[in-house]
Design a protein around this ligand. Structure first.
Ligand code: THU
Length: 162
């Protein structure tokens, strides 16, 4: 069936092959996310995810995935980091968030994109502080940088629908 009102959603992102191509602030954040991944509590998946959040007050908060015997009760690294950041610094906007995943003590090759629920949470922060933030997904062979978290979730849910 032919539709005449087709729309298209596109967004830009940058791709790198090494963290040496990032600026020092970005590289340091990726480093912190990597370290955080090694401390994940993940006895069920054994998949380590680390997230590091750079706040506009200069603080860096890290988090990692926290699992539970009742699987859905666990939480992703990104939300652990963001919720903790907000609980400690409720007035600080997020500048940048880096995500790194590792397995058996080794960072994985591919960048790991955040799950849909985390993307929705990212948008809450952008709306709340009226400021977009950068998302960096870093693997050892590929790194992706997106300038606005919102771009990762088209047709996201907005509070003004309520
Ligand atoms: N996980 C994260 O922490 N972040 C993501 O972006 C994707 C998945 C965690 C949840 C769970 O502990 C494990 O990775 C496997 O899904």
């Amino acid at each position: 069936m032919k539709h005449t009102n087709q729309q298209q959603y596109t967004f830009p992102f940058a791709e790198f092959t090494s963290s040496d191509q990032l600026n020092p602030e970005e590289k340091a954040l990726v480093e912190r996310a990597m370290e955080a991944s090694f401390k994940a509590y993940n006895p069920y998946s054994k998949f380590n995810v680390g997230a590091a959040v750079l706040l506009d007050n200069g603080k860096i908060i890290t988090g990692n995935n926290q699992e539970n015997a009742a699987y859905p009760s666990g939480l992703c690294a990104e939300r652990v980091a963001l919720f903790y950041a907000s609980s400690q610094y409720p007035d600080a906007a997020v500048k940048m968030l880096a995500i790194v995943a590792s397995k058996d003590g080794q960072v994985i090759k591919a960048p790991v994109p955040p799950c849909g629920s985390c993307r929705q949470v990212f948008i809450e922060w952008e709306n709340r502080f009226k400021k977009p933030f950068i998302v960096i997904m870093a693997g050892t062979e590929k790194i992706i940088r997106v300038e606005k978290a919102e771009w990762l979730l088209p047709f996201n849910f907005q509070a003004d629908f309520l």
